[in-house]
Design a protein around this ligand. Structure first.
Ligand SMILES: [Zn+2]
Length: 179
């Protein structure tokens, strides 16, 4: 998949605005500083996250029963909708499918939603695993082995993301000659 430089920049601008450059990226802090209310809330079966904007107030609900890395990805994903799709829709509900889409590239989603979900996932990846920092971390290995799951696991821990999200991000950046 190609890297969307506008989405990369949008995520980076958000991090820069709040001077957040240490790992793991403090995604809850990013959301709060963007003026968004966060609600850990059991959203029902399969629902990972919700973005709801009403009277100019933005709320993100996320499922606290899911793993920590998943919760972080969900918040980042909803932040992506907030940043990129703010004007067009007021409510986003994200179920199992959005996550599956990036991880397993399923096509369960209606095609009109695919682009937005893809964009929100790209934003989440860029926010949680900023390009420049991933590059620096990879270079620090002095010979990063893409097939070495130990190295991927180490980085996933550092960025506090799932190993799938980490390896997907690294492969994606590498494919686009950005590492
Ligand atoms: Zn979504």
């Amino acid at each position: 998949m190609t890297i969307n430089s506008e989405i990369e920049s949008a995520a980076q601008r958000l991090l820069d605005a709040h001077r957040l450059s240490s790992l793991p990226v403090a995604v809850e802090e990013v959301a709060k500083k963007a003026g968004i209310n966060l609600f850990p809330f059991d959203l029902g079966v399969d629902v990972s996250g919700v973005l709801h904007i009403t009277n100019g107030v933005a709320n993100i609900g996320y499922n606290p029963n899911e793993s920590k890395v998943r919760q972080r990805f969900t918040i980042a994903h909803e932040l992506g909708h907030f940043t990129l799709h703010h004007g067009s829709e007021r409510v986003f509900v994200d179920n199992e499918n959005y996550y599956q889409f990036i991880m397993f590239r399923t096509t369960n989603l209606a095609s009109k939603d695919l682009k937005k979900e893809q964009e929100a996932n790209a934003f989440a990846a860029a926010l949680l695993m900023p390009q420049a920092i991933v590059k620096k971390e990879i270079q620090a290995y002095n010979g990063f082995d893409f097939s070495d799951s130990t190295m991927i696991n180490e980085l996933a821990k550092k960025f506090e993301v799932s190993t799938q999200a980490m390896s997907y991000r690294i492969i994606n950046l590498a494919e686009n000659n950005l590492l």
